[in-house]
Design a protein around this ligand. Structure first.
Ligand code: ADP
Ligand code: MG
Length: 229
């Protein structure tokens, strides 16, 4: 398993008490598979991704990424683990306005201490090709469409060849057709790059593409029942 959450509970301070964002959540994601996470707003979907990304430490339970129990790591260790093994795609692309599509990716290699610029550039171009943007490598964000920016965002998350890919509502700003295309792309990349992918989505039209769909409700995770016809 590339990603394991084992009996994870996460609470946040809330006035005088605490709110439970995740309640005894267990989830295992094998490489090369995509698990979709659905559920109402405020149910804990983003919290699940934040815990899996080691950005938030749970009150209880274990998070294992690429064979490493993240509970033994300090802040620097978690940052290194993220750089090496975790790709994160947030809802908004957050691209740097002054950089070209290729440069957005090259920067990732640089931040990871990989100083071989030619190798980074070659990998960036290969990934942009994989997301269908080979001919847009020299464009800056304002010269790209919303769908294209989200593709750059996805390619950037794959720059360091992560074992785990965490994606939070990537299609929420896109129309149905472009959203479906981004989903297709995520499934293809998951297979081709053997990532353990967790996708938070509220777009039910896409769920048939997932290997598995789980529902989060009030911080509790359950397997989504098959639709009864
Ligand atoms: P979702 O992504 O499904 O909308 P979240 O994981 O963002 O849900 O939130 C789950 C619960 O945790 C909600 O009650 C939310 O208000 C609370 N929550 C999320 N992040 C924080 C935070 N940083 N501080 C306090 N409460 C938070
Ligand atoms: Mg959310």
């Amino acid at each position: 398993m590339s990603l394991v959450l084992d009996d994870v509970t996460l609470t946040y301070p809330d006035g005088d008490g605490r709110v439970t964002a995740l309640d005894s959540v267990s989830l295992a994601v094998p490489p090369g598979t995509l698990t979709a996470v659905v559920g109402p707003s405020g149910s804990g979907k983003s919290s699940l991704l934040a815990v899996a990304a080691t950005l938030v430490t749970p009150d209880r339970g274990r998070v294992v990424v690429a064979g490493t129990d993240t509970g033994v790591l300090d802040r620097a260790g978690r940052a290194a683990l993220r750089r090496e093994h975790i790709g994160i795609v947030f809802q908004q692309p957050n691209l740097l306005p002054s950089l070209t599509a290729a440069e957005q990716l090259v920067v990732m290699a640089h931040l990871s201490g990989r100083r071989n610029r030619a190798a980074a550039r070659a990998r960036a171009l290969e990934l942009l090709d994989a997301v269908g943007l080979a001919d847009q490598a020299g464009r800056r964000p304002h010269q790209l469409s919303g769908g294209q920016r989200q593709r750059v965002n996805i390619a950037r998350a794959l720059m360091n060849d992560p074992a785990v890919l965490l994606v939070d509502e990537p299609t929420s700003a896109l129309d149905h057709e472009r959203g479906a295309a981004v989903l297709d792309l995520l499934v293809t990349l998951t297979r081709a790059r053997s990532t353990a992918t967790v996708l938070v989505t509220h777009d039910r039209a896409h769920l048939d593409r997932a290997d598995r769909t789980v529902t989060v409700r009030d911080g509790r995770l359950s397997e989504r029942r098959p639709v009864r016809l």
